[in-house]
Structures are given as structure tokens and as C-alpha cells.
Write a new protein. Sequence first.
Length: 134
Amino acid sequence: MTQIVSKDGFVADPFVGVVRRSPDDHRPGAALRLGPDADIAALAPLIETASLIEIRFDSFADGRGLSLAALIRRSGFGGHLRACGPLLVDQFRAALRAGFDDIELPDEIATRQPESQWRAVPFSGGYRERVFNA
């Protein structure tokens, strides 16, 4: 099982029942599953038709998915973007800033880092706000 975490804490998956497909088997309206090394230029037509894009993180130490999310958002994708994998609470704010709407966590991470830790992440402020609004 997995747990979805968003700015609202642990939430139900709004995409239950949506078929997830790899780029090789994608159909319009289905969720698109991408690995961290996906080529978004080659996948542009698929990205435009996806209801949900999931980017897989094989490890919390692999930040390529954050870069990929930012590129997908800059390309104009306005749909739901989800990180899937063992991200840590310390990476939550970076994931949201990169363009992710939520994270699908493995149960072991959700158990080790309970909802209270995810909800404690501050979303306002940060160094940019302090520097530019001083």
C-alpha cells in the first residue's frame, strides 16, 4: 500500500481507478508514469493528454525527478503532477516548489515519518521572501 501526502497532510488518492500507463502503452486520459530519466521533449504529445503524471523516485537521494517536474511545469502542463517513491519530509517543500501537487509514499516512509511531520513543513517564507521583502 501507499499513502498520498499533500499540503493538507495525508489525503485520499483522488485518482483511484485511473489507469496508469508507461509512455510505451499510454492512452489519452490515462495517467502517465515516467522514470527520472524521461525525455520530455520526446514525450510532449503524451504529456498534453495525461490526466495525471507520476514521476518515479527510486531513492530519496536521486533528485532528477525534481528537475523533470520543473521542466514539465515550464512546458505548460497544468494537470496533476505526483512524485512516487521514498521521498523524505525534508524534501517536501522542494518537491512542491518543483511543481509536484503531492507525493505517493511507500507505507514504510509514511510510518517512519507520520503525518504530523509532513504537516509541520512551513510553506510560506523562506530565504527569498526574507531577502526580497526586507
